[in-house]
Design a protein around this ligand. Structure first.
Ligand code: CP
Length: 309
C-alpha cells in the first residue's frame, strides 16, 4: 500500500481485494463478546472533520477503538479554525504532536492531497469536496461482494446527483477496475463533464439504467452544493428519477439497493424501497466499520493473516 489513501487510484486491483479480504477478518472481531484487538496499540489516529458526518466519523472512531489505537476527534467548531487558522497550519500543528494517521474530511476537493504533501502522518481521505470518498467505495464493494460473491460482470446502476457526488467518482473507479458494467442516470444538468471517459454508460432514463441491474446505487441530492436550480422541484425530481418499488421491478429479482446516506426519503428514494427487502443500506453502514479497520490496519503496515490475533 502507498503511504496514504487519497483516491481509489492509489490502490491496485490486488490491493482492493486485500482490503476486502482483510475486512472479512475484521468483521469477525465485531462479532466477538469483546470487540477489541491490540493490533494498533500505541498508534495515534486523529479524526479531522471539517464537514458534518454521521456514518464515516463514527465508523472510523469505532474501527480505531476496536484496533486499540489512541483516537482523537478534533471538533473543528471548537478549534482555532474558527479564528481563521488555515488547513495547512492546523495540520502542521497536529503533526507536531506526532500522530500516526490523520483521517480528513474537508469541503474542498484535493484538501487531503495538500495534507499528504506536508505531513509525515498517513492521510486517509474521508471525503474531499466533490472529488472522492474511497473508503465508502470500498465498503460498498464489500457489501456487493457479500451478496453477489463477485463484482466482475455485474450490472450496477448508479442514479441521482452525479455532478456533486464524491461517492460516485470513487465507486466508478473501483467498480470499473474490478470489471463491473456501470450505468448511470440522472438529470442532464447534474452530469459531470468527462463522464464518457470513465468507461461507464449514461441513460437519461432511469428505467433503462435499472433494466436487468444486479445492483442499484442511489445518490443523494446534494442541495448544500447547489447554487442554482438544477431541476424544477423536488416533487418533479422524485417523479422522474426517484427509486420506487415499481422501478425496482425492472432490475433482476435478486437486485440489491444501496445508498451511502444520508437519504432524502421521498426525493431520491421511496421509503418502501429504502426499508424494503431489496435494501442493504444498513449493512453498508455496518460494513463501514470492518472496512475502515482493514484500511487502518493495512496502512499501518499490517499483513492480512495477522489481522485478528
Ligand atoms: N456516507 C457518508 O459519508 O455518510 P456521512 O456523511 O454521514 O459520513
Amino acid at each position: 500500500m502507498k503511504k496514504d489513501l487519497l483516491s481509489i487510484n492509489d490502490l491496485s486491483r490486488d490491493e482492493i481485494y486485500r482490503v476486502l479480504d482483510t475486512a472479512v477478518a475484521m468483521r469477525e472481531i465485531g462479532e466477538r463478546p469483546i470487540k477489541k484487538v491490540p493490533t494498533l496499540r500505541g498508534k495515534t489516529v486523529v479524526n479531522l472533520f471539517y464537514e458534518p458526518s454521521t456514518r464515516t466519523r463514527t465508523s472510523f472512531e469505532i474501527a480505531e477503538k476496536r484496533l486499540s489505537a489512541d483516537t482523537l476527534n478534533i471538533a473543528v467548531q471548537a478549534s482555532s479554525v474558527q479564528k481563521g487558522e488555515t488547513l495547512a497550519d492546523t495540520a502542521m500543528n497536529i503533526e507536531a504532536m506526532a500522530p500516526d494517521m490523520i483521517v480528513l474530511r474537508h469541503q474542498s476537493s484535493g484538501a487531503c492531497h495538500l495534507l499528504s504533501r506536508i505531513c509525515r502522518s498517513r492521510i486517509i481521505n474521508a471525503g474531499d469536496g466533490m472529488h472522492e470518498h474511497p473508503t465508502q467505495a470500498l465498503l460498498d464493494a464489500f457489501t456487493i461482494r457479500q451478496h453477489k460473491q463477485q463484482i466482475e460482470g455485474l450490472k450496477v446502476a448508479i442514479v441521482g446527483d452525479l455532478l456533486h457526488s464524491r461517492v460516485l467518482r470513487s465507486n466508478v473507479l473501483l467498480l470499473t477496475k474490478l470489471g463491473a458494467e456501470v450505468w448511470m442516470s440522472g438529470p442532464q444538468t447534474l452530469v459531470p463533464r468527462g463522464l464518457d471517459q470513465l468507461g461507464v454508460r449514461f441513460s437519461p432514463t432511469v428505467d433503462e439504467a435499472v433494466e436487468g441491474a444486479d445492483v442499484v446505487m442511489m445518490l443523494r441530492i446534494q442541495q448544500e452544493r447547489m447554487q442554482g436550480a438544477y431541476f424544477p422541484s423536488l416533487r418533479e425530481y422524485y417523479n422522474v428519477f426517484g427509486m420506487t418499488v415499481e422501478r425496482m421491478r425492472r432490475a433482476k429479482p435478486d437486485v440489491i439497493v444501496m445508498h451511502p446516506g444520508p437519504m432524502n426519503r421521498g426525493v431520491e428514494i421511496a421509503s418502501d424501497v429504502a426499508d424494503g427487502p431489496y435494501s442493504v443500506i444498513l449493512e453498508q453502514v455496518a460494513n463501514g466499520v470492518a472496512v475502515r479497520m482493514a484500511v487502518l490496519y493495512l496502512l499501518a503496515g499490517g499483513v492480512e493473516d495477522e489481522a485478528v490475533a
